[in-house]
Design a protein around this ligand. Structure first.
Ligand code: SF4
Ligand code: SF4
Length: 291
C-alpha cells in the first residue's frame, strides 16, 4: 500500500536520503570508503508554478515545462500541470572536498575532480532511482536530465542553455537563489550539485524563504558588495558588470581542467573546475551578512 497524503513528503525525502546513505555509488573512489556528498537538502515545487512558464518564455521554446517533459515521457498517461510535482534535491560537497579545493587557484583539487566524475554518476543514479521508486509505488515519474532528448541549445538571450535546468528548478522548489557566477546559493552554500524528478504526485510546495527574489542570497546582487567569486576565477569568466561568461568558462574547462584531471587523477569523464565555488562567503551557506 502506498503512503497517505500526510506521509508523502517524508516518504519521498526518505527515498532520497536512504539512497544517499546506502548506495555504494556515493563514493569518491579514493582507495577507502568516502562519501562523495554530504546529506541532501530536498524541496518540492508544484508542476504549475508560474516560474516554469516564465523560464520557457525567457530561455526559448526548446525549454521544457514539467508538463511537457512528463507528457512526452508518458503519452498514454497524460497529466495537466496541476497534477504534477517537481521533486528537487541538493547534494553539498563535503568539508574535506571544500578544504582541498580552497587551496587551489588554477586547477581543481583531486576530491573536487572525483566528485564531478564519480559524484555526478551517483547523482544520475539517484535521479533514476527516485523516478523508479515513485513509479513502483504507482506514481509515474521522469528525471528530465536523464531523458535521451536532454540537450544544450542556443538561447537568443542567454547563450548556451539546456532544455531543463536543475538550478532553476531548485530555485522554484525553495532551495536557493542565483549568485553573480550563475551558481545556486543554497542553505549549504554554492558548492553543490543538484537533481530533480517530475512526478504525477500531489506534494505540498516548499515555501520559498526568499519569495520571488531569485538573487536574494548573493551579496553582490543584494548589497552591491563582495565579488569574491569573480576574483577566484583564473580566466576572468565572472565580472560584476556582466556576470558569468559561459563560453569562456566552457573553453577553460574543455581545454585545460578536463585534460589535467584526466591525466592527474584518472577521472576520465569528469569536467571539473569550480574554483569560484569555494573560498567565498557563500561557499557553504547563505552569506552571514544576509541571514
Ligand atoms: S561570492 Fe559573493 S558575489 Fe559571488 S555569488 Fe557568492 S555572495 Fe555573490
Ligand atoms: S568554473 Fe568557470 S567561472 Fe568558475 S572558476 Fe572555473 S572557469 Fe571560472
Amino acid at each position: 500500500m502506498g503512503p497517505t497524503n500526510e506521509e508523502k513528503s517524508p516518504w519521498v525525502e526518505g527515498i532520497i536520503h536512504d539512497f544517499w546513505d546506502k548506495s555504494p555509488e556515493n563514493d569518491l573512489h579514493m582507495g577507502h570508503r568516502e562519501k562523495a556528498w554530504d546529506a541532501p537538502l530536498v524541496g518540492f515545487a508544484r508542476g504549475d508554478d508560474p516560474f516554469f512558464a516564465r523560464f520557457k518564455a525567457d530561455l526559448g521554446p526548446f525549454y521544457w515545462t514539467p508538463e511537457e517533459i512528463f507528457n512526452a515521457t508518458f503519452p498514454d498517461r497524460r497529466a495537466s500541470a496541476n497534477e504534477l510535482s517537481v521533486i528537487c534535491y541538493v547534494l553539498p560537497q563535503t568539508e574535506a572536498t571544500r578544504v582541498e579545493q580552497r587551496r587551489e587557484d588554477r586547477l581543481p583539487a583531486e576530491r573536487w575532480s572525483r566528485s564531478r566524475g564519480y559524484g555526478e554518476k551517483f547523482n544520475c543514479a539517484l535521479r533514476l532511482h527516485l523516478a523508479a521508486e515513485l513509479a513502483r509505488a504507482g506514481y509515474p515519474a521522469v528525471a528530465p536530465e536523464r531523458d535521451p532528448e536532454f540537450a544544450y541549445r542556443q538561447s537568443e538571450r542567454f547563450g548556451l542553455a539546456s532544455n531543463w535546468s536543475e538550478r532553476h528548478t531548485a530555485f522554484v522548489a525553495g532551495l536557493g537563489t542565483f549568485g553573480l557566477s550563475d551558481g545556486l546559493i543554497t542553505e549549504r552554500g554554492k558548492a553543490v550539485r543538484i537533481g530533480s524528478v517530475v512526478a504525477r504526485l500531489d506534494l505540498p510546495a516548499t515555501t520559498r524563504p526568499y519569495g520571488d527574489d531569485y538573487q536574494a542570497w548573493c551579496l553582490w546582487h543584494a548589497r552591491g558588495t563582495c565579488g569574491a567569486c569573480a576574483e577566484r576565477c583564473p580566466v576572468d569568466s565572472i565580472s560584476k558588470e556582466d556576470g558569468h561568461d559561459k563560453e569562456r568558462c566552457r573553453v577553460y574547462i574543455r581545454d585545460v581542467t578536463t585534460p589535467y584531471v584526466t591525466e592527474q587523477f584518472g577521472t576520465a569523464d569528469a569536467t571539473p573546475c569550480g574554483l569560484c565555488q569555494v573560498r567565498i562567503p557563500c561557499e557553504s551557506g547563505i552569506p552571514a551578512a544576509l541571514k
